[in-house]
Design a protein around this ligand. Structure first.
Ligand SMILES: [Zn+2]
Length: 226
């Protein structure tokens, strides 16, 4: 009887173990395919004629990066719990594709990226907005994803490779405000709590953007009048 029970327990453990592995593989396959699908969709819609490959890594790290040597985009599993839609994941992938396009631009561009990382982070955020729109995604997703993922460091910010969160959110918002205003008037994110939180915490920045925009408009009108 003991032997029988032992065999039964081993059998149950073994089969559930196998099942878990299979389920994991199914999940992993699904994630890898999704990352590739979004990546290639962005490349094609934006007519990016550089080769970029996409890799999903089963790691708890909350990270994504562009690999310079192999011109690939790497998305970590730890990032996924922070993202609620394909639009948001597309924003992150779009940002990394923009870095890859810079990597393709050659050795000197890479050196420039090393010297002025924040400038190129900003460029990648802005480029990602264009990529999203062309590929049929909602660019407000970029604001939503950044609001969830980016931090707000203080004095050491000048030593970091990325601009601080509120700055990134402000210039992404400004770019959408100027180039794709229709998305800010009416879109599915109006009721999104992360977007609402951005609106709540960015009041001053958005007022500045509005004033700056009005000034620019007035200047243009004066020019036209002359
Ligand atoms: Zn980046």
């Amino acid at each position: 009887m003991k032997k029988f029970l032992l065999t039964l327990i081993t059998l149950v453990l073994f089969t559930t173990g196998c099942l878990a592995d299979e389920l994991d593989l199914e999940k992993e396959t699904r994630y890898q395919k999704q990352v590739m699908k979004i990546g290639f969709k962005i490349l094609n819609a934006n007519r990016i004629d550089k080769r970029v490959t996409f890799h999903y890594v089963n790691s708890k790290k909350v990270n994504a990066y562009a690999k310079g040597k192999s011109k690939s985009v790497v998305i970590y599993k730890g990032l996924l719990p922070y993202l609620d839609s394909e639009n948001e994941l597309a924003g992150i992938i779009g940002h990394e594709i923009a870095h890859n396009v810079d990597f393709h631009a050659g050795y000197f561009r890479r050196i420039a990226m090393g010297f002025a990382p924040k400038k190129y982070e900003r460029k990648a955020d802005i480029k990602a907005v264009d990529y999203l729109v062309k590929a049929g995604y909602d660019p407000v997703a970029m604001i939503v994803a950044l609001n969830k993922l980016t931090g707000e460091p203080n004095w050491w910010e000048c030593y970091a490779s990325h601009p601080k969160g509120s700055k990134r959110l402000a210039y992404v918002y400004e770019y959408i405000f100027k180039k794709y205003p229709a998305y800010l008037i009416d879109n599915e994110y109006k009721k999104n709590i992360y977007y609402q939180n951005f609106l709540l915490t960015s009041k001053k920045d958005r007022e500045k953007i509005c004033k700056k925009f009005e000034k620019e408009k007035q200047k243009e009108m004066k020019k036209d009048a002359v």
